[in-house]
Design a protein. Sequence first.
Length: 502
Amino acid sequence: MPQSQIQEQRQEQRQVQTISAQQLLQSQLIELPLQQMVDRIETELHDNPALEKTVGEEEPAPWEATDMGDNAEATEGDDYDTQREREERSDALDAALENIGRDDEDLPVYQGGHQWSEEKESAVYGEERSFYDMLMDQVGELELSEGERYVVEYLIQSLDDDGLLRTPLADICEQLAIYHGIDISEQEAERLLHVLQQLDPAGIGGRSLSECLRLQVERRKPSELTTLMLRVIDEHFDEFKKKHWTRIQQQMELTDTQADIVLGELRRLNPKPGSALGDTMGRSMQQITPDFIVDTHDDGSISFHLNNGDTPRLEISQSFADLLKDFQTNRERMSRQQKEALLYTKQKVEAAQNFIDAVEQRRQTMTRTMKAIIQLQKHFFEEGDEELLRPMILKDVANLTGQDLSTVSRVTNSKYVQTRWGTFPLKFFFSDGYVTQNGEELSTRKIKAALRSLIEAEDKHKPMSDDALRNALEQQGFPIARRTVAKYREQLGLPVARLRKS
């Protein structure tokens, strides 16, 4: 076979998405809520002697919501300025090191970061940590590689509030590949999910209610009772959900005593291990330190600022800058050890600059995201009425800010905003929309609220069917289909009419 044909056969087109170390650092910092961000900065300060913190600067002025009209242009300008500053600092540092010995050149010291106040404002509610934090602590005790740990932590962040994983593993693998540059097979993701499912509380990470319950039973000591419980879950789960106890007893040929014991133990299992963890901690509110503080003034104007907490202003250590200047004046007498020290110093300074850039980029990104949320949900921030929340998804914020969808997702994950009307997770402001035949867009949150009110007010002796609920909702201005009523009812955790009858 000719050599050219062999080469043609070996040619293949591959699209590989890479992510730089700086981009990875920025994405990691953006995901962190305030308290974890403070810990991350303290760790960096401990590890890198070229990084220092200063205090006593003025508090930045709050952002006015009325200034959000040119948001997209401001976004582009901020990104350009940050990139330009980074390039100028890098060029200046390289030039200084290349021209060691010139007394008239000084090493530029970058006074990075935003100007923080010495007086911190922090609102803390309750004394307990979320189950996400407790899972993260448990992961830290496992013997995992860095890549495996990252995937397990990503799975934890993908859990719903009740502790179940409803996002398909195939979608998670795709998200990891596209947004995080991690190529992982679905089989490997499932193996790491099993690692997560071994954490406490039992049932965490189940992909369905049946798997969640099975995980809890499998934690128990093997016995005839656990065998029967697993049979109910594996073979008669539909009957179990519908409370058809007699049918289960007949099909499994159980005595009355056996049926009472088995079904009694099954009812003791926890269908929401994530939520229940908070219950076992005293039913107190989780510790919440808001990342944003929004002020709605009496004149109707809205402003907000980032809650800095104990986050310090960062800068390059002056001692490291002085060390490089000393090298400049002693180039002729520089020994090999001094040259090695110079290289070490440069590496530490560059690492410190990169971290300062990432912290500043996090501040800008969070600010743009919160401004967009306020702009899209302005009526809620003005009045505090949940029914005024308009349909909004991550893509809406991404389009308004010019940011990637994954960036918006990371910003809104595990972060809270303090408002005049209460403290809310950022995810509270997101909901799907329902478009009627007339093209009117309705918030699914508003429809669900109306549906819940109807069911709570119904005659419990004659509960309303899904058809009746559909008709009642249509009369209130929510013309949705019966199957949509059934879907929203299930999402609210409300059973069908015959199971609501008393």
